[in-house]
Design a protein around this ligand. Structure first.
Ligand code: HEC
Ligand code: HEC
Ligand code: HEC
Ligand code: HEC
Length: 434
Protein backbone atom coordinates (compact mmCIF):
# COMPACT_ATOMS: atom_id res chain seq x y z
CA UNK A 1 0.00 0.00 0.00
CA UNK A 2 2.69 2.41 1.08
CA UNK A 3 4.82 1.72 -1.98
CA UNK A 4 1.87 2.23 -4.28
CA UNK A 5 1.09 5.50 -2.50
CA UNK A 6 4.65 6.72 -3.01
CA UNK A 7 4.55 5.63 -6.66
CA UNK A 8 1.30 7.51 -7.15
CA UNK A 9 2.73 10.61 -5.48
CA UNK A 10 6.01 10.29 -7.41
CA UNK A 11 4.33 9.77 -10.74
CA UNK A 12 2.04 12.65 -9.86
CA UNK A 13 5.05 14.87 -9.26
CA UNK A 14 6.72 13.66 -12.46
CA UNK A 15 3.52 14.34 -14.37
CA UNK A 16 3.25 17.85 -12.96
CA UNK A 17 6.92 18.53 -13.71
CA UNK A 18 6.55 17.21 -17.24
CA UNK A 19 3.42 19.25 -17.80
CA UNK A 20 5.16 22.32 -16.44
CA UNK A 21 8.11 21.70 -18.74
CA UNK A 22 5.89 21.29 -21.80
CA UNK A 23 3.95 24.36 -20.72
CA UNK A 24 7.12 26.39 -20.36
CA UNK A 25 8.43 25.21 -23.72
CA UNK A 26 5.12 26.06 -25.39
CA UNK A 27 5.13 29.41 -23.63
CA UNK A 28 8.65 30.19 -24.84
CA UNK A 29 7.76 29.05 -28.36
CA UNK A 30 4.74 31.33 -28.42
CA UNK A 31 6.63 34.33 -27.16
CA UNK A 32 7.50 36.88 -29.78
CA UNK A 33 11.05 36.33 -30.89
CA UNK A 34 12.36 39.61 -29.36
CA UNK A 35 12.40 38.39 -25.78
CA UNK A 36 14.63 35.48 -26.75
CA UNK A 37 18.31 35.79 -25.90
CA UNK A 38 19.77 39.12 -24.80
CA UNK A 39 18.38 40.86 -21.78
CA UNK A 40 17.64 44.53 -22.36
CA UNK A 41 20.65 46.74 -21.79
CA UNK A 42 18.91 50.06 -22.19
CA UNK A 43 15.51 50.99 -20.79
CA UNK A 44 13.44 52.27 -23.73
CA UNK A 45 10.83 54.99 -23.09
CA UNK A 46 7.22 54.36 -24.10
CA UNK A 47 7.39 56.59 -27.19
CA UNK A 48 11.13 56.73 -27.82
CA UNK A 49 11.44 58.28 -31.27
CA UNK A 50 15.20 57.80 -31.64
CA UNK A 51 15.76 54.41 -33.27
CA UNK A 52 19.45 54.39 -32.30
CA UNK A 53 18.45 54.05 -28.62
CA UNK A 54 16.38 50.97 -29.41
CA UNK A 55 19.36 49.89 -31.47
CA UNK A 56 21.49 49.57 -28.35
CA UNK A 57 19.39 46.54 -27.42
CA UNK A 58 18.79 45.23 -30.91
CA UNK A 59 21.85 45.96 -33.04
CA UNK A 60 20.96 43.54 -35.87
CA UNK A 61 17.55 45.04 -36.43
CA UNK A 62 18.95 48.56 -36.14
CA UNK A 63 21.85 48.14 -38.55
CA UNK A 64 19.65 46.48 -41.17
CA UNK A 65 17.04 49.24 -40.70
CA UNK A 66 19.77 51.84 -41.31
CA UNK A 67 20.39 50.39 -44.78
CA UNK A 68 16.98 51.77 -45.84
CA UNK A 69 18.62 55.18 -45.58
CA UNK A 70 21.15 54.49 -48.30
CA UNK A 71 19.54 51.95 -50.67
CA UNK A 72 19.67 53.14 -54.26
CA UNK A 73 19.16 50.13 -56.52
CA UNK A 74 16.45 50.27 -59.15
CA UNK A 75 14.38 47.32 -60.40
CA UNK A 76 12.24 47.16 -63.57
CA UNK A 77 9.26 48.84 -61.83
CA UNK A 78 10.43 49.62 -58.31
CA UNK A 79 13.53 49.83 -56.15
CA UNK A 80 14.88 52.75 -54.17
CA UNK A 81 15.98 55.26 -56.79
CA UNK A 82 13.75 58.33 -56.65
CA UNK A 83 13.26 58.56 -60.43
CA UNK A 84 10.53 60.87 -61.72
CA UNK A 85 7.37 58.99 -62.62
CA UNK A 86 6.29 62.02 -64.66
CA UNK A 87 9.33 61.82 -66.93
CA UNK A 88 8.84 58.09 -67.24
CA UNK A 89 5.19 58.40 -68.25
CA UNK A 90 4.18 61.90 -69.47
CA UNK A 91 0.49 60.87 -69.63
CA UNK A 92 0.49 61.35 -65.85
CA UNK A 93 0.83 65.10 -66.35
CA UNK A 94 -2.55 65.11 -68.11
CA UNK A 95 -4.16 62.64 -65.71
CA UNK A 96 -3.14 64.66 -62.63
CA UNK A 97 -3.53 68.12 -64.23
CA UNK A 98 -4.45 70.73 -61.62
CA UNK A 99 -3.04 68.64 -58.77
CA UNK A 100 0.36 68.48 -57.06
CA UNK A 101 1.13 65.06 -58.51
CA UNK A 102 1.37 66.60 -61.99
CA UNK A 103 4.33 68.70 -60.79
CA UNK A 104 6.32 66.30 -58.66
CA UNK A 105 5.85 62.54 -58.40
CA UNK A 106 8.84 60.33 -57.66
CA UNK A 107 9.35 56.63 -57.01
CA UNK A 108 9.37 55.97 -53.25
CA UNK A 109 12.50 55.07 -51.25
CA UNK A 110 13.38 53.39 -47.96
CA UNK A 111 11.91 54.02 -44.50
CA UNK A 112 14.90 55.94 -43.18
CA UNK A 113 14.54 58.42 -46.09
CA UNK A 114 10.91 59.25 -45.33
CA UNK A 115 11.49 62.56 -43.56
CA UNK A 116 13.98 63.93 -46.09
CA UNK A 117 11.68 62.95 -48.95
CA UNK A 118 8.48 64.47 -47.57
CA UNK A 119 10.31 67.72 -46.80
CA UNK A 120 11.79 67.89 -50.28
CA UNK A 121 8.69 67.23 -52.31
CA UNK A 122 7.32 70.22 -54.16
CA UNK A 123 3.83 69.00 -53.27
CA UNK A 124 4.26 70.52 -49.79
CA UNK A 125 3.60 74.27 -49.28
CA UNK A 126 2.49 76.77 -46.57
CA UNK A 127 -1.07 75.46 -46.48
CA UNK A 128 -0.19 71.74 -46.28
CA UNK A 129 -1.76 70.17 -43.20
CA UNK A 130 0.27 68.40 -40.50
CA UNK A 131 -1.61 65.24 -41.46
CA UNK A 132 1.03 64.75 -44.17
CA UNK A 133 3.49 63.71 -41.46
CA UNK A 134 1.20 60.84 -40.39
CA UNK A 135 3.20 58.09 -42.07
CA UNK A 136 6.63 59.70 -42.07
CA UNK A 137 8.05 59.79 -38.56
CA UNK A 138 8.70 57.85 -35.36
CA UNK A 139 7.90 61.04 -33.42
CA UNK A 140 4.20 60.53 -34.28
CA UNK A 141 3.16 57.93 -31.68
CA UNK A 142 4.45 60.24 -28.92
CA UNK A 143 2.80 63.31 -30.46
CA UNK A 144 -0.52 61.49 -30.99
CA UNK A 145 -0.54 60.46 -27.36
CA UNK A 146 0.42 63.96 -26.18
CA UNK A 147 -1.80 66.17 -28.35
CA UNK A 148 -4.34 63.74 -29.81
CA UNK A 149 -4.67 63.01 -33.52
CA UNK A 150 -7.26 65.76 -34.13
CA UNK A 151 -4.82 68.46 -32.93
CA UNK A 152 -1.94 66.86 -34.82
CA UNK A 153 -3.96 66.95 -38.05
CA UNK A 154 -5.14 70.54 -37.49
CA UNK A 155 -1.60 71.86 -37.13
CA UNK A 156 0.13 73.12 -40.24
CA UNK A 157 2.88 70.96 -41.74
CA UNK A 158 5.38 73.78 -41.28
CA UNK A 159 4.49 74.23 -37.56
CA UNK A 160 4.36 70.56 -36.70
CA UNK A 161 7.76 70.09 -38.33
CA UNK A 162 9.44 71.70 -35.32
CA UNK A 163 8.43 68.66 -33.25
CA UNK A 164 9.46 66.10 -35.83
CA UNK A 165 13.08 65.12 -36.21
CA UNK A 166 13.12 61.37 -36.91
CA UNK A 167 12.14 59.36 -39.98
CA UNK A 168 10.05 56.18 -39.67
CA UNK A 169 11.55 54.02 -36.94
CA UNK A 170 11.06 51.36 -34.28
CA UNK A 171 8.33 53.32 -32.45
CA UNK A 172 6.06 53.15 -35.51
CA UNK A 173 5.77 49.37 -35.29
CA UNK A 174 6.79 48.12 -31.83
CA UNK A 175 5.80 48.31 -28.18
CA UNK A 176 9.18 48.85 -26.46
CA UNK A 177 8.24 46.83 -23.41
CA UNK A 178 7.28 43.58 -25.16
CA UNK A 179 8.68 44.36 -28.64
CA UNK A 180 5.38 43.09 -30.00
CA UNK A 181 3.97 44.59 -33.20
CA UNK A 182 1.30 47.20 -32.55
CA UNK A 183 -1.06 49.55 -34.33
CA UNK A 184 0.33 53.02 -33.66
CA UNK A 185 -1.74 55.11 -36.09
CA UNK A 186 -5.08 56.08 -34.49
CA UNK A 187 -6.64 56.24 -37.98
CA UNK A 188 -5.93 52.52 -38.48
CA UNK A 189 -7.38 51.60 -35.12
CA UNK A 190 -10.52 53.64 -35.94
CA UNK A 191 -10.86 52.17 -39.44
CA UNK A 192 -10.63 48.63 -38.09
CA UNK A 193 -13.16 49.40 -35.34
CA UNK A 194 -15.54 50.81 -37.98
CA UNK A 195 -15.45 47.31 -39.48
CA UNK A 196 -15.99 45.71 -36.07
CA UNK A 197 -12.36 44.54 -35.77
CA UNK A 198 -10.06 44.95 -32.77
CA UNK A 199 -6.39 44.55 -33.68
CA UNK A 200 -5.57 43.49 -30.12
CA UNK A 201 -7.24 40.15 -30.90
CA UNK A 202 -5.19 39.57 -34.08
CA UNK A 203 -2.68 36.72 -34.35
CA UNK A 204 1.02 37.37 -34.66
CA UNK A 205 0.92 36.40 -38.37
CA UNK A 206 -1.95 38.84 -38.98
CA UNK A 207 0.05 41.60 -37.28
CA UNK A 208 2.95 40.93 -39.65
CA UNK A 209 0.65 42.39 -42.34
CA UNK A 210 -1.51 44.80 -40.32
CA UNK A 211 1.51 46.68 -38.94
CA UNK A 212 2.22 47.85 -42.51
CA UNK A 213 -1.37 49.15 -42.76
CA UNK A 214 -0.36 51.91 -40.32
CA UNK A 215 0.82 53.60 -43.53
CA UNK A 216 0.55 51.51 -46.74
CA UNK A 217 -3.13 52.28 -47.31
CA UNK A 218 -5.55 54.60 -49.10
CA UNK A 219 -6.63 57.54 -46.92
CA UNK A 220 -8.17 61.01 -47.09
CA UNK A 221 -8.32 64.14 -44.96
CA UNK A 222 -11.83 64.72 -43.60
CA UNK A 223 -13.27 68.19 -43.03
CA UNK A 224 -11.66 71.49 -42.08
CA UNK A 225 -9.50 69.81 -39.43
CA UNK A 226 -7.96 67.54 -42.13
CA UNK A 227 -8.67 64.55 -39.90
CA UNK A 228 -6.99 61.39 -41.19
CA UNK A 229 -9.51 58.69 -42.24
CA UNK A 230 -9.13 55.37 -44.04
CA UNK A 231 -12.27 54.99 -46.22
CA UNK A 232 -12.99 51.39 -45.23
CA UNK A 233 -16.42 51.60 -43.64
CA UNK A 234 -18.07 49.79 -46.60
CA UNK A 235 -15.11 47.44 -47.15
CA UNK A 236 -11.61 47.67 -48.63
CA UNK A 237 -12.23 46.69 -52.27
CA UNK A 238 -11.95 49.51 -54.80
CA UNK A 239 -15.73 49.36 -55.42
CA UNK A 240 -16.39 49.84 -51.67
CA UNK A 241 -13.93 52.72 -51.48
CA UNK A 242 -15.34 54.47 -54.54
CA UNK A 243 -18.91 54.09 -53.19
CA UNK A 244 -17.79 55.53 -49.86
CA UNK A 245 -16.33 58.64 -51.50
CA UNK A 246 -19.33 59.06 -53.81
CA UNK A 247 -21.73 58.91 -50.85
CA UNK A 248 -19.66 61.49 -49.03
CA UNK A 249 -19.45 63.72 -52.11
CA UNK A 250 -15.71 63.93 -51.48
CA UNK A 251 -13.12 65.16 -53.99
CA UNK A 252 -9.38 65.80 -53.75
CA UNK A 253 -9.44 68.26 -56.65
CA UNK A 254 -11.30 69.21 -59.80
CA UNK A 255 -9.74 68.21 -63.09
CA UNK A 256 -9.23 71.48 -65.01
CA UNK A 257 -9.74 69.92 -68.46
CA UNK A 258 -12.67 67.60 -67.84
CA UNK A 259 -14.21 69.43 -64.87
CA UNK A 260 -14.64 66.11 -63.03
CA UNK A 261 -14.40 65.91 -59.22
CA UNK A 262 -11.36 63.68 -58.74
CA UNK A 263 -9.95 61.34 -56.10
CA UNK A 264 -6.19 60.72 -55.80
CA UNK A 265 -5.44 57.21 -54.62
CA UNK A 266 -2.50 56.95 -52.27
CA UNK A 267 -0.62 53.64 -51.78
CA UNK A 268 -3.22 50.94 -51.17
CA UNK A 269 -0.79 48.01 -50.74
CA UNK A 270 -2.74 46.64 -47.77
CA UNK A 271 -6.19 46.80 -49.38
CA UNK A 272 -4.92 45.38 -52.68
CA UNK A 273 -2.89 42.54 -51.16
CA UNK A 274 -5.68 41.48 -48.79
CA UNK A 275 -8.30 41.40 -51.60
CA UNK A 276 -7.97 37.62 -51.72
CA UNK A 277 -4.56 37.48 -53.40
CA UNK A 278 -3.02 34.00 -53.72
CA UNK A 279 -0.36 34.79 -51.13
CA UNK A 280 -2.79 36.36 -48.68
CA UNK A 281 -5.16 33.41 -48.93
CA UNK A 282 -2.18 31.11 -48.28
CA UNK A 283 -1.49 32.99 -45.03
CA UNK A 284 1.62 34.82 -46.28
CA UNK A 285 2.28 38.24 -44.65
CA UNK A 286 3.96 41.42 -45.93
CA UNK A 287 6.87 40.78 -43.57
CA UNK A 288 7.45 37.29 -45.06
CA UNK A 289 8.64 38.85 -48.32
CA UNK A 290 9.81 42.30 -47.21
CA UNK A 291 11.42 41.40 -43.86
CA UNK A 292 12.49 37.76 -44.23
CA UNK A 293 14.49 35.97 -41.54
CA UNK A 294 18.17 36.46 -42.08
CA UNK A 295 21.21 34.90 -40.52
CA UNK A 296 24.28 36.71 -39.26
CA UNK A 297 26.60 34.18 -37.69
CA UNK A 298 24.59 32.51 -34.96
CA UNK A 299 21.93 35.22 -34.86
CA UNK A 300 18.68 34.78 -36.77
CA UNK A 301 16.48 37.86 -37.07
CA UNK A 302 14.01 39.64 -39.34
CA UNK A 303 15.93 41.86 -41.70
CA UNK A 304 14.75 45.42 -41.18
CA UNK A 305 16.15 46.45 -44.54
CA UNK A 306 12.65 46.80 -45.98
CA UNK A 307 12.96 47.10 -49.76
CA UNK A 308 12.03 45.45 -53.06
CA UNK A 309 12.20 41.67 -52.44
CA UNK A 310 13.56 41.29 -55.96
CA UNK A 311 16.86 42.67 -54.63
CA UNK A 312 16.97 39.87 -52.08
CA UNK A 313 14.95 37.11 -53.77
CA UNK A 314 17.04 34.13 -52.61
CA UNK A 315 16.10 34.96 -49.03
CA UNK A 316 12.74 36.68 -49.58
CA UNK A 317 11.17 34.05 -51.85
CA UNK A 318 13.55 31.18 -51.18
CA UNK A 319 12.07 30.50 -47.74
CA UNK A 320 8.96 29.08 -49.47
CA UNK A 321 9.83 28.59 -53.14
CA UNK A 322 12.56 26.15 -54.16
CA UNK A 323 12.71 27.60 -57.68
CA UNK A 324 13.57 31.23 -57.02
CA UNK A 325 14.48 31.91 -60.65
CA UNK A 326 11.11 30.63 -61.75
CA UNK A 327 9.07 32.80 -59.37
CA UNK A 328 11.06 35.98 -60.06
CA UNK A 329 10.54 35.24 -63.75
CA UNK A 330 6.81 35.12 -63.03
CA UNK A 331 7.08 38.53 -61.34
CA UNK A 332 8.63 39.98 -64.51
CA UNK A 333 5.88 38.48 -66.70
CA UNK A 334 3.08 39.64 -64.41
CA UNK A 335 4.46 43.16 -64.07
CA UNK A 336 4.96 43.55 -67.85
CA UNK A 337 1.40 42.40 -68.46
CA UNK A 338 -0.01 44.76 -65.83
CA UNK A 339 2.07 47.66 -67.21
CA UNK A 340 0.74 47.03 -70.72
CA UNK A 341 -2.86 46.83 -69.49
CA UNK A 342 -2.29 50.00 -67.49
CA UNK A 343 -1.02 51.81 -70.61
CA UNK A 344 -4.30 50.98 -72.34
CA UNK A 345 -6.27 52.37 -69.38
CA UNK A 346 -4.21 55.57 -69.40
CA UNK A 347 -4.78 56.08 -73.11
CA UNK A 348 -8.50 55.57 -72.68
CA UNK A 349 -8.68 58.04 -69.78
CA UNK A 350 -6.67 60.69 -71.65
CA UNK A 351 -9.02 60.28 -74.64
CA UNK A 352 -12.01 60.67 -72.32
CA UNK A 353 -10.54 63.86 -70.83
CA UNK A 354 -10.01 65.34 -74.30
CA UNK A 355 -13.53 64.46 -75.46
CA UNK A 356 -15.12 65.90 -72.33
CA UNK A 357 -13.10 69.08 -72.67
CA UNK A 358 -14.09 69.45 -76.31
CA UNK A 359 -17.76 68.85 -75.50
CA UNK A 360 -17.77 71.26 -72.56
CA UNK A 361 -16.54 74.08 -74.79
CA UNK A 362 -19.68 73.87 -76.97
CA UNK A 363 -22.55 76.19 -76.09
CA UNK A 364 -25.00 73.51 -77.26
CA UNK A 365 -23.63 70.76 -74.98
CA UNK A 366 -26.15 68.49 -73.22
CA UNK A 367 -25.50 69.24 -69.55
CA UNK A 368 -26.87 65.94 -68.18
CA UNK A 369 -24.78 63.81 -70.49
CA UNK A 370 -21.74 65.95 -69.75
CA UNK A 371 -22.21 65.40 -66.00
CA UNK A 372 -22.47 61.65 -66.59
CA UNK A 373 -19.28 61.73 -68.65
CA UNK A 374 -17.48 63.55 -65.83
CA UNK A 375 -18.66 60.98 -63.30
CA UNK A 376 -17.39 58.20 -65.52
CA UNK A 377 -14.01 59.95 -65.86
CA UNK A 378 -13.71 60.12 -62.08
CA UNK A 379 -14.69 56.46 -61.62
CA UNK A 380 -12.33 55.26 -64.37
CA UNK A 381 -9.39 57.23 -63.07
CA UNK A 382 -9.70 56.27 -59.40
CA UNK A 383 -9.77 52.59 -60.43
CA UNK A 384 -6.73 52.97 -62.66
CA UNK A 385 -4.95 54.95 -59.92
CA UNK A 386 -5.68 52.26 -57.33
CA UNK A 387 -3.37 50.00 -59.36
CA UNK A 388 -0.98 52.74 -60.53
CA UNK A 389 -0.40 54.16 -57.02
CA UNK A 390 -0.04 50.68 -55.55
CA UNK A 391 3.67 50.02 -55.58
CA UNK A 392 4.07 46.44 -56.84
CA UNK A 393 3.00 46.92 -60.48
CA UNK A 394 0.26 44.39 -59.87
CA UNK A 395 2.39 41.62 -58.37
CA UNK A 396 0.71 41.65 -54.94
CA UNK A 397 -2.55 40.55 -56.56
CA UNK A 398 -2.24 40.02 -60.33
CA UNK A 399 -5.83 38.95 -61.06
CA UNK A 400 -7.27 41.84 -59.10
CA UNK A 401 -4.99 44.27 -60.95
CA UNK A 402 -6.15 43.07 -64.37
CA UNK A 403 -9.80 43.02 -63.27
CA UNK A 404 -9.66 46.62 -62.01
CA UNK A 405 -7.72 47.94 -65.01
CA UNK A 406 -10.19 46.32 -67.42
CA UNK A 407 -12.99 48.06 -65.58
CA UNK A 408 -11.09 51.39 -65.67
CA UNK A 409 -10.63 51.16 -69.44
CA UNK A 410 -14.27 50.26 -69.95
CA UNK A 411 -15.48 53.19 -67.83
CA UNK A 412 -13.13 55.57 -69.64
CA UNK A 413 -14.45 54.50 -73.05
CA UNK A 414 -18.00 54.99 -71.74
CA UNK A 415 -16.98 58.47 -70.57
CA UNK A 416 -15.62 59.27 -74.01
CA UNK A 417 -18.80 58.03 -75.68
CA UNK A 418 -21.01 60.03 -73.32
CA UNK A 419 -18.95 63.14 -74.04
CA UNK A 420 -19.37 62.64 -77.75
CA UNK A 421 -23.13 62.20 -77.27
CA UNK A 422 -23.21 65.30 -75.06
CA UNK A 423 -21.53 67.28 -77.81
CA UNK A 424 -24.00 66.14 -80.45
CA UNK A 425 -23.01 64.78 -83.82
CA UNK A 426 -21.10 67.88 -84.86
CA UNK A 427 -18.29 67.29 -82.41
CA UNK A 428 -17.87 63.55 -83.01
CA UNK A 429 -15.27 63.94 -85.68
CA UNK A 430 -13.44 66.69 -83.84
CA UNK A 431 -13.23 64.75 -80.54
CA UNK A 432 -12.22 61.41 -81.97
CA UNK A 433 -9.63 63.06 -84.19
CA UNK A 434 -7.55 64.14 -81.14
C1 HEC B 1 4.79 37.23 -51.84
C2 HEC B 1 5.72 38.28 -51.53
C3 HEC B 1 5.18 39.65 -51.16
C4 HEC B 1 4.26 39.96 -50.21
C5 HEC B 1 3.51 39.02 -49.29
C6 HEC B 1 4.14 41.40 -50.21
N1 HEC B 1 4.98 41.93 -51.14
FE1 HEC B 1 5.28 43.88 -51.48
N2 HEC B 1 6.34 43.41 -53.15
C7 HEC B 1 6.70 42.16 -53.55
C8 HEC B 1 7.34 42.24 -54.85
C9 HEC B 1 7.90 41.08 -55.64
C10 HEC B 1 7.33 43.60 -55.22
C11 HEC B 1 7.84 44.23 -56.52
C12 HEC B 1 9.18 44.82 -56.30
C13 HEC B 1 9.76 45.47 -57.52
O1 HEC B 1 9.06 45.72 -58.50
O2 HEC B 1 10.97 45.78 -57.47
C14 HEC B 1 6.74 44.31 -54.11
C15 HEC B 1 6.65 45.69 -54.03
C16 HEC B 1 6.27 46.38 -52.90
C17 HEC B 1 6.46 47.80 -52.68
C18 HEC B 1 7.23 48.72 -53.62
C19 HEC B 1 8.68 48.40 -53.50
C20 HEC B 1 9.59 49.16 -54.44
O3 HEC B 1 10.75 48.78 -54.54
O4 HEC B 1 9.14 50.11 -55.07
C21 HEC B 1 5.91 48.11 -51.47
C22 HEC B 1 5.84 49.46 -50.83
C23 HEC B 1 5.36 46.88 -50.94
N3 HEC B 1 5.62 45.86 -51.82
C24 HEC B 1 4.69 46.78 -49.72
C25 HEC B 1 4.03 45.61 -49.32
C26 HEC B 1 3.06 45.54 -48.27
C27 HEC B 1 2.66 46.69 -47.40
C28 HEC B 1 2.62 44.24 -48.21
C29 HEC B 1 1.51 43.68 -47.38
C30 HEC B 1 0.24 44.39 -47.40
C31 HEC B 1 3.36 43.49 -49.21
N4 HEC B 1 4.18 44.36 -49.87
C32 HEC B 1 3.28 42.12 -49.40
C33 HEC B 1 6.49 41.00 -52.82
C34 HEC B 1 5.61 40.88 -51.77
C1 HEC C 1 5.01 54.68 -40.31
C2 HEC C 1 4.62 54.43 -41.68
C3 HEC C 1 5.06 53.17 -42.36
C4 HEC C 1 4.98 51.88 -41.89
C5 HEC C 1 4.44 51.39 -40.57
C6 HEC C 1 5.48 51.06 -42.95
N1 HEC C 1 5.85 51.82 -44.02
FE1 HEC C 1 6.77 51.20 -45.68
N2 HEC C 1 7.02 53.11 -46.33
C7 HEC C 1 6.48 54.21 -45.71
C8 HEC C 1 6.83 55.40 -46.45
C9 HEC C 1 6.42 56.83 -46.14
C10 HEC C 1 7.65 54.98 -47.53
C11 HEC C 1 8.31 55.87 -48.61
C12 HEC C 1 9.50 56.57 -48.04
C13 HEC C 1 10.16 57.51 -49.02
O1 HEC C 1 9.94 57.43 -50.24
O2 HEC C 1 10.93 58.37 -48.56
C14 HEC C 1 7.73 53.53 -47.42
C15 HEC C 1 8.46 52.72 -48.29
C16 HEC C 1 8.38 51.33 -48.29
C17 HEC C 1 8.98 50.48 -49.28
C18 HEC C 1 9.82 50.93 -50.46
C19 HEC C 1 11.27 50.89 -50.09
C20 HEC C 1 12.19 51.31 -51.21
O3 HEC C 1 13.42 51.19 -51.00
O4 HEC C 1 11.72 51.74 -52.26
C21 HEC C 1 8.65 49.19 -48.96
C22 HEC C 1 9.04 47.94 -49.71
C23 HEC C 1 7.84 49.24 -47.76
N3 HEC C 1 7.72 50.55 -47.37
C24 HEC C 1 7.29 48.13 -47.14
C25 HEC C 1 6.71 48.16 -45.88
C26 HEC C 1 6.29 46.98 -45.15
C27 HEC C 1 6.39 45.57 -45.67
C28 HEC C 1 5.80 47.41 -43.95
C29 HEC C 1 5.30 46.56 -42.80
C30 HEC C 1 6.22 45.57 -42.29
C31 HEC C 1 5.92 48.86 -43.93
N4 HEC C 1 6.47 49.27 -45.11
C32 HEC C 1 5.51 49.68 -42.89
C33 HEC C 1 5.75 54.21 -44.55
C34 HEC C 1 5.58 53.12 -43.71
C1 HEC D 1 7.84 48.95 -40.39
C2 HEC D 1 7.66 48.27 -39.14
C3 HEC D 1 8.87 47.99 -38.31
C4 HEC D 1 9.83 48.88 -37.91
C5 HEC D 1 9.94 50.34 -38.28
C6 HEC D 1 10.70 48.16 -37.04
N1 HEC D 1 10.30 46.86 -36.94
FE1 HEC D 1 11.13 45.43 -35.77
N2 HEC D 1 9.89 44.05 -36.59
C7 HEC D 1 8.90 44.31 -37.50
C8 HEC D 1 8.30 43.06 -37.90
C9 HEC D 1 7.18 42.90 -38.91
C10 HEC D 1 8.95 42.04 -37.17
C11 HEC D 1 8.62 40.55 -37.17
C12 HEC D 1 7.75 40.34 -35.95
C13 HEC D 1 7.19 38.98 -35.78
O1 HEC D 1 7.52 38.08 -36.52
O2 HEC D 1 6.37 38.83 -34.84
C14 HEC D 1 9.92 42.71 -36.32
C15 HEC D 1 10.73 42.04 -35.40
C16 HEC D 1 11.59 42.68 -34.54
C17 HEC D 1 12.27 42.03 -33.46
C18 HEC D 1 12.11 40.57 -33.08
C19 HEC D 1 13.22 39.70 -33.60
C20 HEC D 1 13.22 39.57 -35.08
O3 HEC D 1 14.19 40.05 -35.68
O4 HEC D 1 12.27 39.02 -35.64
C21 HEC D 1 13.05 42.98 -32.87
C22 HEC D 1 13.98 42.79 -31.69
C23 HEC D 1 12.84 44.23 -33.58
N3 HEC D 1 11.94 44.01 -34.59
C24 HEC D 1 13.50 45.39 -33.30
C25 HEC D 1 13.33 46.57 -34.02
C26 HEC D 1 14.12 47.76 -33.84
C27 HEC D 1 15.24 47.92 -32.86
C28 HEC D 1 13.65 48.69 -34.71
C29 HEC D 1 14.17 50.08 -34.98
C30 HEC D 1 15.56 50.16 -35.35
C31 HEC D 1 12.55 48.07 -35.44
N4 HEC D 1 12.40 46.80 -35.00
C32 HEC D 1 11.80 48.72 -36.41
C33 HEC D 1 8.52 45.54 -37.96
C34 HEC D 1 9.20 46.71 -37.73
C1 HEC E 1 5.85 32.44 -46.62
C2 HEC E 1 5.87 31.68 -47.85
C3 HEC E 1 6.02 32.38 -49.19
C4 HEC E 1 6.91 33.37 -49.53
C5 HEC E 1 7.95 34.04 -48.66
C6 HEC E 1 6.71 33.62 -50.93
N1 HEC E 1 5.70 32.83 -51.43
FE1 HEC E 1 5.02 32.78 -53.32
N2 HEC E 1 3.63 31.43 -52.81
C7 HEC E 1 3.47 30.89 -51.56
C8 HEC E 1 2.30 30.03 -51.55
C9 HEC E 1 1.80 29.23 -50.36
C10 HEC E 1 1.77 30.08 -52.84
C11 HEC E 1 0.53 29.38 -53.35
C12 HEC E 1 0.93 28.07 -53.89
C13 HEC E 1 -0.20 27.40 -54.55
O1 HEC E 1 -1.34 27.65 -54.19
O2 HEC E 1 0.11 26.65 -55.46
C14 HEC E 1 2.63 30.94 -53.62
C15 HEC E 1 2.45 31.21 -54.96
C16 HEC E 1 3.29 32.01 -55.73
C17 HEC E 1 3.17 32.23 -57.14
C18 HEC E 1 2.11 31.65 -58.03
C19 HEC E 1 0.87 32.47 -57.86
C20 HEC E 1 -0.12 32.22 -58.92
O3 HEC E 1 -1.29 32.48 -58.62
O4 HEC E 1 0.24 31.83 -60.01
C21 HEC E 1 4.18 33.09 -57.51
C22 HEC E 1 4.45 33.63 -58.90
C23 HEC E 1 4.92 33.39 -56.32
N3 HEC E 1 4.37 32.72 -55.26
C24 HEC E 1 5.99 34.26 -56.28
C25 HEC E 1 6.68 34.59 -55.12
C26 HEC E 1 7.78 35.53 -55.07
C27 HEC E 1 8.36 36.25 -56.26
C28 HEC E 1 8.19 35.59 -53.78
C29 HEC E 1 9.29 36.46 -53.20
C30 HEC E 1 9.20 37.87 -53.47
C31 HEC E 1 7.34 34.72 -53.01
N4 HEC E 1 6.44 34.14 -53.85
C32 HEC E 1 7.44 34.55 -51.64
C33 HEC E 1 4.25 31.13 -50.46
C34 HEC E 1 5.26 32.06 -50.39
Amino acid sequence: MKRTGTTVILSGIIFILAAALVGTLLYIRNQPAPTRGVAPITEIDRYEADSSIWGENFPNQFTTYQLTGSNQARTAYGGSEAFSKLEDDPRLVTLFAGYGFSKDYNEERGHAQSLTDVRETMRVNETTPGTCYSCKSSNNPGLWSEMGMAQFDKALFMELGAHISNPIGCANCHDPETMQLIVTNPALEEALLAQGKDWRTFTRQEMRTVVCANCHVEYYFAGEGKYLVFPWEDGTRIENISAYYAELGFKDWEHPQSGAPMIKMQHPEYEFFTADSTHYKAGVACADCHMPYTRDGAAKFSTHNVQSPLLNAEVACGACHAEVGYVTGRVATIQAQVRETMDASEEAIVAAIQSIQAAAELASVEADLLAEARDLHREAQLRWDFIAAENSMGFHNPEEALRILASATDLARQAQLKAVLAAGTGAVIQASGQ
